[in-house]
Design a protein around this ligand. Structure first.
Ligand SMILES: Cc1cc2nc3c(=O)[nH]c(=O)nc-3n(C[C@H](O)[C@H](O)[C@H](O)COP(=O)(O)OP(=O)(O)OC[C@H]3O[C@@H](n4cnc5c(N)ncnc54)[C@H](O)[C@@H]3O)c2cc1C
Ligand code: FES
Length: 516
């Protein structure tokens, strides 16, 4: 049960209801067995399992703990692959599809085991998941998916409808899925890492990662030296093209709406749409009632969807409005919308994450990326798989998730994503969005042309204009203003910068340059 004392928020329900442990900044040179960059679910799970195995770990994050995409997730824990088993079988074969389902099942089991080991109060619950037809989709689609899911080893069944008032029509029921409160879970995992001797530093930006005999990670004037480095920054900051041409960044939108306790059957729900796919779950809530000194208990219906490629749309309010109308049409018991938030996920060309040795790098540099919308389980798989690789143990999923893989059967998706990226370079030749910085209102940003250059201009609330180069330092695409998030988003591989140009999301690991 999650307790809040406020009734409106633009942050995620997880952030609004958790006090994460505070960790110091790195202010000295350190030695460790393993240095992990990134303290989201992937980095912290890896740190926890390595600590359990007796390794000394140093974890670095340039924000507070778990303040990346883990903070804005919806935390469905599922072995039902978002890209559908039919696609996974097509890209990875029947054996690959089986191993994928097996690894996600193991990830949910791993989370459940950690909850028990550490006695974590994080609302972990086992429940059913339902895949139902979107309007216009035919039941054949479900029949084929059910057959592919069964070949992948899942005990799924067709049911006439989801257990909802709204008649969804036929659906596949997948038993034994899960959900939890991700930040409560990771707060306890971080404390366990520290109890086990692990050291965690926040607000410590890793400037440079280098493998070799003794790998090193530079953080401002300090260095962490280790036998191995894991880069778990969601989008790798140590890769220029090898991985980034095989995955694409997408923004996704979420709302949390109050519904009476028990009015919606507690389960995970997903529809069969592809681009505008909807995903739904519940979170039990308790709100402090100042008038009665008591608690008002209810459920928060968490609905996500309305995805688009990062930097290629700026209509957040419209997307949240469409989500709300979709939700109200199906869940008439919705009262107020209490939370709206958004985040970015990485879509890989073959539906599975990239976890293992970093391509074209030293043997002791590892990455975890390409969450494919399933980063809670992929992040947990990363913890298990990378721990085995670092300990020199065989792992049955190593080949499936190998970041160097070349999925020949996903060549179409590879071409489509990279043609889209190539198209973004045309922005170099277009006029500015405004002719002069004077046209930009306080609190807004826009790109303008100055001679051959493109300049990103943000006018702060006091009316002061901040100018920086609009050229993304990763591979030179032109960034776009995101009015809802007050960020500059790169439409090519998903680098994001705050309003004043400070990097907040890789692959770029440096800020936007000052405008010259
Ligand atoms: C709206 C939304 C809904 C989602 N829903 C689900 C879901 O229901 N189920 C599911 O399984 N997945 C879901 N996902 C995906 C999942 O939330 C993410 O894939 C997952 O949280 C990513 O975890 P991570 O540890 O890889 O990355 P992050 O949580 O992003 O952690 C990376 C960390 O690296 C740090 N970092 C970056 N660069 C540096 C640097 N140079 N130096 C130091 N630190 C650095 C960042 O500060 C950050 O804390 C969703 C994602 C979104 C956006
Ligand atoms: S993220 Fe690659 S060019 Fe911007």
């Amino acid at each position: 049960m999650t307790t809040i004392s406020t009734t409106q928020s633009t942050e995620s329900v997880w952030a609004a209801t958790t006090d994460m442990p505070r960790c110091p900044e790195l202010r000295e040179n350190l030695e460790a067995d393993v240095c992990i960059v990134g303290a989201g679910i992937a980095g912290l799970t890896t740190g926890y399992l390595l600590t359990q195995a007796g390794k000394s770990v140093v974890i670095l994050d340039d924000g507070p703990l778990a303040s990346g995409m883990t903070e804005v997730t919806t935390a469905h824990l599922s072995n039902v692959i978002d890209d559908r088993f039919i696609e996974i079988e097509c890209c990875h074969g029947e054996r690959g599809s089986f191993l994928a389902a097996e690894s996600h099942t193991a990830a949910i089991n791993r989370i459940e085991a950690t909850v028990e080991e550490l006695n974590i109060d994080c609302d972990f619950t086992r429940l059913d998941g339902y895949l139902f037809l979107a309007p216009g989709d035919k039941k054949d689609l479900l029949d084929q998916e059910l057959a592919a899911a069964r070949r992948a080893g899942l005990m799924a069944e067709m049911v006439p409808r989801c257990p909802l008032e709204y008649n969804t029509g036929p659906a596949i029921r997948f038993p034994n899925q899960g959900r939890f409160h991700p930040l409560k879970y990771l707060a306890a995992v971080a404390e366990a890492i520290e109890r086990g001797g692990g050291r965690i530093y926040t607000n410590s930006h890793a400037d440079h990662v280098e493998g070799g005999d003794r790998a090193k990670v530079d953080v401002c004037d300090h260095t962490v030296r280790a036998d191995a480095v894991v880069v778990a920054t969601n989008s790798p900051i140590n890769d220029l093209v090898a991985i980034h041409t095989k995955q694409a960044p997408y923004m996704t939108y979420v709302l949390g709406a109050r519904v009476p306790a028990g009015s919606v059957t507690d389960a995970l729900y997903w529809d069969t749409l592809t681009t505008y796919y909807h995903y739904v779950r519940l979170q039990h809530m308790s709100v402090d009632d100042a008038n009665s000194n008591g608690h008002d208990e209810y459920d928060l219906l968490i609905v996500g969807g309305e995805d688009h490629k990062t930097g290629q749309a700026d209509d957040t309010a419209l997307r949240h409005a469409r989500l709300e109308s979709w939700a109200r049409a199906r869940f008439p018991m919705i009262e107020d919308v209490e939370f709206t938030w958004a985040g970015q996920w990485m879509k890989t060309i073959d539906g599975l994450a990239f976890i293992g040795r970093n391509p074209l790098d030293a043997e002791n540099v590892f990455v975890a990326t390409g969450d494919s919308g399933m980063g809670m389980t992929h992040g947990t798989i990363a913890g298990m798989l990378l721990t085995d690789l670092i300990l020199g143990k065989r792992n049955p999923w190593a080949t499936l998730y190998d970041p160097s893989r070349k999925p020949v059967r996903a060549a179409g998706a590879f071409a489509q994503e990279n043609i889209n990226v190539a198209g973004q370079y045309l922005d170099w030749f277009t006029p500015g969005e405004v002719e002069s910085a004077r046209e930009i209102a306080p609190g807004c940003g826009a790109v303008l042309r100055r001679g051959l250059s493109k300049v990103a201009v943000y006018r702060d609330a006091d009316g002061r204009a901040h100018e920086m180069s609009a050229v993304c330092p990763h591979l030179g695409c032109i960034v776009h203003w995101n009015a809802a998030e007050h960020s500059w988003d790169c439409p090519c591989h998903g680098s994001r910068f705050d309003a004043k140009g400070k990097v907040i999301n890789g692959p770029s690991n440096v800020d936007l340059e000052p405008a010259d």
